[in-house]
Design a binder for this molecule. Structure first.
Ligand SMILES: [Zn+2]
Length: 341
């Protein structure tokens, strides 16, 4: 039995030292020390030994078991270290190689301009509202005093989504005047930017989709003086403190009186040049006093309250700000163009 124990110890230690993977080591542990292992099997035969041999062999068997366990533990540590070394070698990092530059994009030039304008209005106490681009004809036209037979409602001008002409892609952000008056408590100071859609052919100054900025103020005692004062302040923030402005009479169905606002051409100082097409003035927005009919439609008494509204094109502002000559460039998403801003 002593020889058998020695043989097991010798072969087991040799095998353990020769293992190359943790799985092999585990297989050896089972082979020798497991419930059906060789050493365990030998211990079961101890019953047949004489009374004085039993403790001697028992002690020896324990020594063999202990030395095997030690060897397995040591080998396990060695294998672990080797695995780590191999991994470190594979993942070697050369910190002297120049890093890859992350390409981070930036805000679209038009939205930079929009953010500036939003800041101006927020500074004047306006609330910024978002509105639906798919809209009911009621909100886009009817409630804005634009009746069924109005030419702006022609199928040739508007993208209708239903046969009955009740649902459409909004042609103006003015729908937000109605939505603001219907949902807000008075007084109202709202600015609402967004996309609008018209059946226009694409050229340097037209697109079937473009952006407008809408504004409405309703309170007691609002006059044309408030309209002019507010819009002059906004336009001078955008174009510069010394910008010269003028208001011309105009017509919109939902304001009365209505006007358009021009700025004196900053290129020629009003003499006339290609930028202002020889006019000396450049149109920047449309505005007016909210029509009493529109106020009444929204449940506001025009005898008590009055208000003004305005709308401007965002593209025109962005084109002017960045001296871009063609509106198509803004929508084409050509990185070579956008990178310049
Ligand atoms: Zn000019």
């Amino acid at each position: 039995m002593k020889e058998q124990l020695e043989a097991i110890r010798k072969s087991a230690l040799e095998s353990v030292a020769g293992t190359k993977a943790a799985s092999e080591l585990e297989a050896l542990r089972v082979k020798y020390l497991g419930k059906k292992g060789e050493l365990t099997g030998l211990l079961k035969q101890m019953g047949g030994l004489s009374a004085e041999m039993r403790p001697i062999m028992g002690q020896m068997a324990n020594e063999v078991r202990a030395s095997l366990e030690d060897a397995i533990e040591t080998q396990s540590a060695i294998l672990e270290r080797r695995v780590m070394e191999i991994r470190l070698e594979k993942e070697a990092l050369d910190v002297t190689i120049p890093g890859k530059k992350l390409r981070i994009g930036h805000k679209h030039p038009m939205y930079s301009v929009l953010d500036e304008i939003k800041d101006i209005f927020i500074g004047m106490g306006f609330e910024i509202l978002d509105g639906p681009e798919v809209e009911l004809a009621d909100y886009n036209f009817t409630k804005l005093n634009t009746p069924d037979d109005h030419p702006a409602r022609e199928w040739s001008d508007t993208f209708y989504l239903t046969e009955d002409s009740n649902v459409l892609l909004r042609t103006q952000t003015s729908n937000m005047q109605i939505r603001a008056m219907e949902t807000r408590d008075l007084p109202i100071r709202v600015m609402s930017p967004g996309r609008v859609y018209r059946k226009d052919e694409v050229d340097a100054t037209h697109s079937p989709m473009f952006h407008q900025i809408e504004g409405i103020v309703v309170d007691k005692g609002i006059t044309m003086g408030d309209l002019k004062g507010t819009l002059n302040a906004v336009i001078r923030k955008i174009y510069g403190e010394h910008t010269v402005t003028r208001f011309r009479p105009h017509h919109f169905p939902f304001t009365e009186p209505s006007c358009e606002m021009d700025i004196q051409c900053h290129k020629c100082g009003g003499v006339g040049c290609p930028t202002c097409k020889g006019e000396g003035w450049i149109e920047v927005l449309g505005a007016g006093m909210v029509h009493p009919k529109v106020l009444r439609t929204c449940g506001i008494d025009p005898e008590v309250y009055s208000g003004f509204a305005f709308g401007m094109g965002l593209e025109r502002l962005a084109l002017g700000q960045y001296k871009i000559s063609d509106m198509r460039l803004i929508f084409e998403n050509d990185v070579r163009f956008l990178e310049q801003f």
